[in-house]
Design a binder for this molecule. Structure first.
Ligand code: AMP
Ligand code: GLY
Length: 421
């Protein structure tokens, strides 16, 4: 089978490495891919948002199955276009991807169908938003409506900060049209859990839970990043909690999307906060998480291609989705300075006998040499029979992957270990 994976980061590298294990995956193409992915797939260089070029390529190459991984092409309707040409796809269509594409949509959906989430108000008028902030409980959370590269969320500790965030969105348009509507919501507390799931709109199968580490610094300090590391499973997410989330959040979300005439098929990602009042939805994503995928898929025992095809066809209920009873840890190596200014172009050395998976996010090939080209450069994932073993191994192996100005957090998994004791 000829498979096309749209995207070019660490998540896509993990998806491609997983798909490659399938005996039926004879050829894999990536759009665009990256210098590291080139070791596992044909990189087309076609941009993930260049939908016309993607569809054109898929037709010309007679692609049998496409996986659209990033949010942008999903929200733009990449799946609709590919399916329109008769190419089966893993991923939601445009109507369903709005679950991530619009926070106003997703918040209103949760309100309508009684799905637990932070209390909120939505605004499309600056004066009304500012007026509301005069009496809103502080801290408060301000979110731009649309996709904002993960930067559209402000946790405001003071009224002034909240006001500045609203003005930045609605007046200064720092997120473009994404910010013309804002959500202002209740500040929640508790451990965060990411649960990715496969759903074909009829059944929903949660994958193993995970924990992201979004801040740049040890001890969860400093600015937010795209994710500095992950562990799976997430020890805060007990069996009882999983059952509760299934009943109160996952199945009601699937049913709500069906009731709205927007059946969701693909990977539905639940960003949850386990608050003292119970689990609540922080955000939905219409795609695999990054770097959650880098710990979740290595634990998948079943054939990913088979599961993805079943999700696309609507036969997920008849397909086995099994995870290994192990632990995984992914440590992200970034360029020193990220998420602010950083230098690139440094050669990367990866020992051939490394006992871990390397998922490349920001690197390019120059005359056959792999060099850094982004903020988050790569992730090193190791498995273990315990969380501690997975963490120790991930760090030991990551230490053998070298490039100038490399930076990583030293405490990936530390919070999860606390939960275990
Ligand atoms: P997001 O970009 O939606 O993933 O949000 C970024 C981060 O902001 C989340 O991972 C949470 O840590 C935090 N966050 C978002 N919404 C809330 C909320 N209502 N209460 C507390 N923290 C939040
Ligand atoms: N790791 C968070 C996300 O993928 O949105």
């Amino acid at each position: 089978m000829k498979i096309l994976v749209v995207g070019g980061g660490g998540r896509e590298h993990a998806i491609i490495k997983s798909l490659k294990k399938s005996p039926r995956a004879t050829e894999i193409y990536a759009a665009p891919g990256n210098g590291g992915i080139a070791a596992d797939a044909h990189c087309t260089g076609i941009g993930a948002k260049d939908l016309d070029a993607i569809v054109d390529f898929a037709k010309k190459q007679a692609i049998d199955f496409a996986v659209v991984a990033p949010d942008d092409p999903l929200v733009l309707g990449c799946v609709d276009l590919l399916e329109g040409e008769g190419i089966p796809c893993f991923g939601p269509n445009k109507a369903a991807a709005i679950l991530e594409g619009s926070k106003v949509f997703s918040k209103n959906l949760m309100r309508k169908y009684n799905i637990p989430t932070a209390a909120y108000e939505t605004f499309d008028d600056l004066a009304a938003a500012l007026d509301y902030l005069k009496t809103a409980p502080i801290p408060t959370v301000v979110k731009a409506d649309g996709l904002a590269l993960g930067k559209g969320v402000t946790i405001a500790e003071t009224r002034e900060e909240a006001e500045a965030a609203v003005r930045a969105c609605m007046e200064d348009k720092v997120f473009g049209d994404s910010g013309s509507h804002v959500v202002i919501e209740e500040f929640l507390t508790g451990p965060e859990v990411s649960v990715l799931s496969f759903t074909d709109g009829k059944v929903l199968v949660p994958m193993v839970s995970s924990m992201d580490h979004k801040r740049i610094g040890d001890g969860d300090t400093g600015p937010n990043t795209g994710g500095m590391g992950t562990v799976a499973p997430n020890p805060y997410y007990t069996e009882a909690m999983a059952q509760r989330c299934m009943e109160e959040i996952f199945l009601p979300t699937m049913a709500a999307m069906n009731a709205e005439g927007r059946p969701f098929k693909g990977c539905l990602y639940f960003g949850l906060m386990l608050t003292p009042q119970g689990p609540k939805v922080i955000e939905y994503n219409c795609r695999f998480g990054d770097p959650e995928t880098q710990v979740v898929l290595p634990l998948l025992e079943s054939d990913l291609l088979t599961v993805m095809e079943a999700t696309a066809k609507g036969t997920l209920g008849e397909t086995e989705v099994k995870f290994r009873n192990q632990h995984a840890c992914c440590v992200v190596l970034a360029s020193q300075g990220y998420p602010k200014k950083y230098e690139t172009g440094f050669p990367i050395t990866i020992p051939a006998d490394l006992d871990a998976q390397v998922y490349v996010a920001g690197a390019k090939l120059e005359d056959g040499v792999l060099k850094t080209s982004g903020g988050r450069v790569l992730g090193v994932t190791a498995l273990g029979d315990s969380l501690q073993a997975a963490i120790d191994k991930a760090y030991a192996q990551a230490a053998q992957v070298t490039f100038d100005n490399a930076y990583c957090r030293k405490d990936i998994g530390a919070r999860a270990l606390q939960a275990e004791t």
